[in-house]
Design a protein around this ligand. Structure first.
Ligand code: HEM
Length: 338
């Protein structure tokens, strides 16, 4: 049996097909290695480090799903039992020394370790939209941001030309520019951005996007406050808050309606969409420094439990291979350094 809102999947897919057919996709397809090379060209090559989300800290805790989650999906994550999670908080981009004051995204990545060896993985960011609508925009988006050796800055003409031709790729930057830098990893809201399909025990389907809403409220730092802050404060803050039992998030599912895109993470769904709380995430342990248990994990968003399926979003489909290339490079570098 199909849920009525499945219709939106079909509409979303055909919209994408139409835009591709009218020639809106301008750049050539790139391989996952090309995408990772392009990240290295912007951020440098830092041995053993993630090519995106390079500065980050590993943590752990648990998730408890609720009846709303169970009504939408048969996934065991919503059983109500305590599900152990490994989490990683990070700063967007491939610079392992990025300042915590950067006006970039913060990341929250999770592995849910479910009964019978099942896992659910995800990597979420602190912006309601992504910076590319289609995977083929990734390489040119990054190439437009490579520093010109003559000036030490991206070439403004090249950047403008890319932005003018791909206006949807400027939405995330515009959001970050007007949004205060998070005061804490525990006071940022994180969005999954790609759409997924929840399938319940009766076989009914509902497309969703999820978000993690901080119990501490969404708290940012003003430009004035930032002036007196050091470049590194987020790790210590997270450790202190976790020790005090103050790091938790409501897990909310935004329900798609007919016509909502399922294939374009630069386009948010209307705020009027129903959003339901489906569980709670608690982080109670934080590792001492970078590295540790998360090093060997790549948070592959297509590792999904029974009861949750991928949408047809090509950006979602492009992620695992690029993450695998980055994982291979960084683990190879770490092994070579031993
Ligand atoms: C074509 C699209 C994308 C590409 C090519 C890409 C590429 C990458 C790569 C290479 C890594 C490093 C992986 C590792 O070494 O383990 C990474 C990490 C990350 N990505 Fe993406 N990404 C894409 C889309 C997205 C989207 C849509 C989101 C948000 C919903 C996202 C959020 C993150 C986060 C939070 C991390 C850090 C993960 C961690 O803590 O280990 N990415 N990405």
């Amino acid at each position: 049996m199909r849920h009525p809102l499945l219709a939106s999947a079909i509409l979303g897919t055909s919209l994408f097909a139409a835009s591709a057919a009218t020639g809106m996709a301008q750049a050539q397809p790139a391989t996952p290695a090309d995408q990772v090379d392009a990240l290295e060209a912007v951020f440098g090559k830092h041995a053993g480090m993630r090519r995106s989300g390079a500065k980050g800290i590993c943590a752990s805790g648990y998730f408890e799903g609720n009846t709303v989650g169970r009504a939408l999906s048969s996934a065991s994550v919503f059983s109500g039992a305590r599900i152990p999670v490994v989490a990683r908080f990070s700063i967007g981009g491939g610079n392992p020394k990025a300042s915590d004051k950067s006006k970039t995204v913060r990341g929250l990545s999770l592995v849910f370790n479910l009964p019978k060896g099942e896992q659910w993985m995800m990597a979420n960011v602190s912006a309601p939209v992504f910076f590319i609508a289609r995977p083929e925009q990734m390489v040119p988006f990054l190439q437009a941001r490579v520093n010109d050796p003559a000036t030490g800055k991206p070439d403004p003409a090249k950047l403008k030309a890319f932005n003018d031709a791909n206006p949807e790729t400027t939405r995330q930057g515009a959001y970050l520019a007007k949004t205060p830098v998070p005061a804490s990893y525990a006071s940022a809201k994180y969005w999954g951005l790609n759409a997924f399909e929840m399938v319940n025990a009766k076989g009914q389907s509902q497309f969703v996007r999820w978000e993690f809403v901080p119990s501490a409220g969404t708290v940012g730092l003003s430009d004035e406050q930032l002036k007196s802050m050091p470049d590194n404060f987020l790790f210590d803050d997270l450790r202190q808050r976790a020790a005090a039992g103050q790091v938790s998030f409501d897990f909310k599912l935004q329900l798609a309606e007919a016509g909502d895109t399922l294939v374009d993470p630069t386009t948010a769904w209307p705020d009027s969409r129903v959003s339901v709380p489906a569980g709670r995430l608690v982080i109670d342990q934080v590792e001492a420094g970078m590295g540790g248990a998360c090093d060997k994990i790549t948070f592959n968003p297509l590792v999904l439990p029974k009861g949750i399926k991928a949408s047809a979003d090509p950006v979602l489909m492009a992620r695992p291979a690029a993450y695998g290339v980055s994982l291979g490079r960084r683990l190879g570098e770490a092994a070579a350094a031993k």
